[in-house]
Ligand binder design. Structure first.
Ligand code: MLC
Ligand code: AMP
Length: 513
């Protein structure tokens, strides 16, 4: 048994001087250079007693060494658990307790706050900053390199990605080597990636999009990445003439379109722009085509499944659709009665294939509720398939807000707001937002005669929840609209407060920001 995922990502090119990362300081890290880093980190993991199947959690700023840590986990058979850098220590505490990692690697700035979390879990806490300084670097420098990859099979677990749920509790989606390998290989074919590609990488690497789609696909072919720490329009425009491809969330594209400097010439060297993680407005697609001559290729995926569908590389990229099921992936649309429904009609989207995860860590009931015995995963998205086979996402069956490509489950925010002084109950909704697609709005019902102290609530929310989950608007109303079953009618709230982020709304609504 070898280690298929490691072979695909790095093993095949471990001796190559070809560039892997082009860095902002003008230097380049080659595949061979990355393989050396990985062997060194693997040596440290081994010395710390981590073995196949153990977990390592990382909440670090994006850096080449953070990518090397992911690869070293794959190399060592250690399950990699990347965490959003915006998560608060409270949130991290939950993931650490649930996944029980042996090592937590964090930003030096978060060390003090995370120390109690690490101590409670008996985990070793190491620090790794954006400049690659910290105790992680010291531990790695002193290690004996471990060149040989630990043998892993396709069914061995490679990563846990936490995804929030409608109950307010996050679930660790367990992804195997097969899930990641099959998806990357399919995408390489579908999007015609080759070693000549230079991907402009401005996404975070703690989610499926930036890590498994962008990095895995590029590395599977031995291509290069221009490695940016995040999405800064100026830096992206400077880099674009040197790149051939970019993967982004819709916010990337609307922000680029807002920049006068973004012209057909700047995009002239690119062969492919892909979009996903959130719906791309047909209007953005059209504006982008008019400005650059490029039709953005929209695809559809999930943490639990990797990518499911894609518009074609050759052929019509139809705006407003997410294209066709990927090779080897089955997509079906189910009706209320549990039966597959006729083409063209909207129903629940289910997917099956080698990309679909194996279940939620330590949550057999939740796994059984969403991942059926026949292998079809219930995505929680609603959609239809047209006569030509294009899939359209028509809405969501799950109560979910997607803001700038990040998911917010209202229940999690509502539970916190419900517990605040002066709040009788809360409903959290998404409202159209020009930059983020959707923005988070909290609708509160006050307890008693005194209005809740919004500033105090905002402080508490900031201490507890990651920044992208925090409501950007608070609205106080006498009572929440409910149906005859007593269920809050969020559709009415969305209709009523749908314009809170538009300029005119500021003067007409009783909204605090
Ligand atoms: C940042 N902020 C956000 C936000 N990102 N608010 C709402 N939604 C977001 N997504 C807030 C911060 O709290 C901050 O507020 C202010 O905006 C500026 O912060 P920033 O960090 O400077 O923002 P910026 O770097 O501009 O980030 C915006 C962004 C980023 C769109 C570039 O959010 C991003 O990289 N999104 C990508 C998400 C992604 O990779 N999703 C993939 C999931 S995988 P304040 O008050 O502090 O100033 C998946 C599967 C699939 O879904 O199909 O791909
Ligand atoms: P996540 O849990 O972060 O993996 O988010 C997955 C969800 O993002 C999916 O279930 C969809 O609701 C949404 N999503 C991903 N890609 C698209 C897309 N291209 N269009 C619309 N929604 C998308």
């Amino acid at each position: 048994m070898t280690n298929g995922l490691y072979q695909m990502l790095l093993g095949h090119h471990a001796a190559s001087d070809a560039p892997l990362l082009h860095l902002p300081d003008g230097t380049t890290l080659s595949y061979a250079g990355m393989a050396q880093r990985v062997a060194q980190i693997s040596g440290m993991l081994r010395a710390q007693g981590l073995r196949k199947g153990d977990r390592l959690a990382m909440q670090c700023p994006k850096s080449p060494q953070a990518l090397a840590l992911y690869l070293a986990c794959v190399h060592s058979g250690v399950i990699f658990l990347p965490l959003n850098t915006a998560y608060t220590p409270d949130e991290i505490g939950y993931f650490v307790e649930d996944a029980a990692p042996k090592i937590i690697v964090t930003d030096p700035a978060a060390e003090d706050a995370l120390l109690p979390v690490a101590q409670r879990a008996s985990a070793l806490l190491l620090t790794l900053g954006a400049d690659e300084q910290g105790s992680f670097a010291e531990a790695v420098a002193n290690a004996t390199p471990q060149a040989e990859a630990v043998a892993c099979g396709a069914d061995d677990l490679a990563c846990f990605l936490y995804t929030s749920g409608t109950t307010g509790h996050s679930k660790g989606a367990m992804l195997t080597q097969r899930n990641l390998m099959s998806n990357a290989q399919t995408l390489v074919k579908t999007w015609a990636f080759t070693r000549d590609d230079v991907l402009l990488h401005a996404l975070p690497i703690f989610h499926a999009h930036g890590l498994f789609v962008a990095c895995n696909v590029t590395m599977a072919v031995g291509g290069a990445m221009i490695w940016l720490s995040g999405f800064d329009v100026g830096a992206v425009l400077d880099a674009m003439p040197h790149a051939t491809t970019m993967m982004g969330v819709p916010t990337f594209y609307t922000r680029l379109l807002d920049a006068d400097r973004f012209t057909r010439d700047v995009a002239g060297h690119m062969r492919l722009f892909t979009s996903g993680s959130a719906p791309l407005l047909a209007e953005t697609h059209a504006q982008f085509s008019a400005r650059t001559g490029h039709a953005i290729l929209e695809r559809y995926g999930m943490t639990e499944t990797g990518m499911n569908t894609s518009n074609p590389y050759n052929g019509e990229r139809r705006a407003g659709t997410v294209g066709f099921p990927l090779e080897g992936v089955e997509v079906r649309i189910m009706g209320e009665n549990g039966k597959e429904i006729a083409q063209g009609e909207t129903g629940r989207i289910e997917v099956r294939g080698p990309n679909v995860f194996t279940g939620y860590w330590k949550m057999p009931e939740k796994t059984a509720a969403e991942l059926q015995q026949n292998g079809f995963f219930i995505t929680g998205d609603l959609g239809h398939i047209d006569a030509d086979g294009y899939v359209t996402i028509a809405g969501r069956d799950k109560d979910l807000i997607i803001s700038g490509g990040y998911n917010i489950y209202p229940k999690e925010v509502e539970l916190l707001l419900d517990a605040q002084p002066g709040v009788k109950e809360a409903a959290v909704i998404g409202a159209p937002h020009a930059d983020f697609g959707e923005g988070v709005v909290a609708v509160l019902v006050q307890q008693g005669n005194e209005a809740p102290d919004i500033e105090a609530i905002q402080l508490e929310v900031s201490a507890r929840l990651a920044n992208f989950k925090r409501p950007q608007k608070y609205i106080i109303i006498p009572e929440l609209p409910r149906n005859t079953m007593g269920k809050v009618q969020k559709n009415i709230l969305r209709d009523t407060y749908g314009d809170v982020f538009s300029a005119a709304a500021h003067t007409t609504k009783r909204a605090h920001s």
